[in-house]
Design a protein around this ligand. Structure first.
Ligand code: USQ
Length: 395
């Protein structure tokens, strides 16, 4: 059995990834400091439904499947805690089998503050985002260098690192010809938030560690994710992942479905021509799994664009309103002043073939996927807090 370590294992993507890999027979350890839970409390944000804490989820998973997901509760900004995951001195908060199983073959790094609006609430939130995200990545590269050079780092990056340039977006790299000579560089990056900027800096740290220390990395440039249901969460709803629909942690497709169900006009920011690459949560899981199965070459920084299709915000609003109308909702779409500084009409042509080439089979945002989301949201309709829908953070 292969050891997999998931940093940020309590999050929207971390927990479903843990169950998915555990179900497939991997030996999974998850680490988290409950940042997201504490932060939701502080900001008075509630997810669509309650979530059991990580230890309880791991116990439920074990009871239902007989498979163990080991849990470490700790702050990965502490170098000693990160080191302990690689040098055999780990302190589990919950596990069945205490025997140390050796270094992880792959580490999935999700342990970051993931919200652009959060990073721009105040200077303090901006500083937290930079220091948290960079410290964790920094500790990770040092731990791998010192204790576990063979471990493959799979890092969640973001398509937002590229911004919206007026040329095609390649998968991570660009060949530059300059005065008759040529060289391959990281694709130019220009992010639209402090959060996205922290991810650019992460990539730079990883690239440094690959060049100087020969470690092995896959950096996944992911677009906004939608959905919550996975094969494993279907086993028991107590295993559901967190579903945020608020203005800070909710991503646009999940938010629009909640708005449609609760009778709030869909909040299209500005002209709605902003184009992004999107993916179903099930495809995040597949991408991570394929990246484990087909690792990057030793000593290489491999970059994939992790999206399955592109849409403008207006196209998303149109899709959700059309499905919502079919199932009996009176869905209105409202263009509101854009709280963000971003182009509202622009060229966008990213390449996203690499993950398909290593075996990922995309899901698409079709009528069935949207209906599924409506069904979930309807079930928890009474929990929707209408006061956390409109954007409060401006930049
Ligand atoms: N948008 C609206 N109305 C809303 C919410 C969003 O028009 O009510 C627009 C935004 O202005 C933006 C687009 O929808 O143009 C996507 O916004 P989002 O909030 O779904 O996603 P974003 O803030 O970009 O961040 C999310 C995740 C982040 C990830 C990123 C990928 O929170 O962790 O890195 O998606 S990407 O967008 O490709 O950079």
């Amino acid at each position: 059995m292969t050891n997999i370590l998931i940093l940020g294992g309590d999050g929207y993507l971390g927990w479903p990834t843990a169950m998915y890999l555990s179900q497939k027979g991997y030996e999974v350890t998850v680490v988290d400091n409950y940042f997201r839970r504490k932060c939701c409390l502080e900001l008075n944000i509630e997810a669509l439904y309650q979530n059991f804490n990580l230890v309880e989820r791991a116990k439920i998973w074990y009871e239902l499947t007989g498979k163990e997901i080991k849990v470490v509760l700790g702050d990965l900004r502490e170098p000693e805690i990160m080191h302990s995951l690689f040098n055999g001195k780990v302190n589990y908060s919950w596990c069945i089998d205490l025997k140390y199983k050796g270094v992880p073959e792959s580490v999935i790094h999700y342990a970051e503050q993931p919200s652009a609006p959060y990073s721009l609430i105040s200077q303090g939130n901006s500083e937290f985002t930079l220091t948290n995200n960079l410290k964790v990545t920094h500790n990770l590269i040092w731990s791998v260098k010192e204790f576990s050079k063979e471990t493959h780092i799979i890092k969640l990056g973001t398509m937002g690192e590229y911004g919206t340039p007026n040329i095609d977006i390649e998968e991570g790299w660009l060949d530059i010809n300059h005065k008759g000579r040529s060289h391959k560089f990281l694709y130019p990056r220009q992010a639209g938030s402090i959060y996205h900027t922290s991810k650019i800096m992460d990539t730079d740290l990883l690239w440094y560690a690959v060049r100087m220390w020969g470690i092995t990395v896959t950096d996944l440039m992911q677009g906004p994710v939608y959905g919550y249901k996975t094969e494993e969460s279907e086993i028991d709803e107590r295993l559901n992942t967190i579903f945020n629909y608020d203005d800070i942690f909710g991503t646009v497709i999940n938010r629009f479905v909640v708005q449609a169900v609760s009778g709030i006009p869909l909040t299209v920011y500005g002209k709605g021509g902003q184009t992004r690459g999107y993916l179903n949560i099930n495809d995040t899981l597949q991408c991570i799994h394929q990246a484990i199965k087909v690792p990057a070459k030793k000593g290489d920084l491999r970059i994939f664009n992790q999206i399955m299709e592109t849409f403008t915000v207006n196209e998303i609003a149109e899709k959700i309103s059309s499905v919502g109308t079919k199932i009996g909702y009176d869905v209105k779409v409202n263009s509101i002043e854009n709280p963000r500084k971003e182009l509202e009409s622009h060229y966008y042509n990213p390449t996203y073939q690499g993950l398909i080439d290593i075996g990922v089979k995309p899901h698409y945002l079709d009528e069935k996927a949207i209906k599924d989301l409506f069904q979930t949201v309807e079930k928890y309709k009474n929990n929707i807090r209408k006061d956390s829908i409109l954007p409060r953070v401006k930049w």
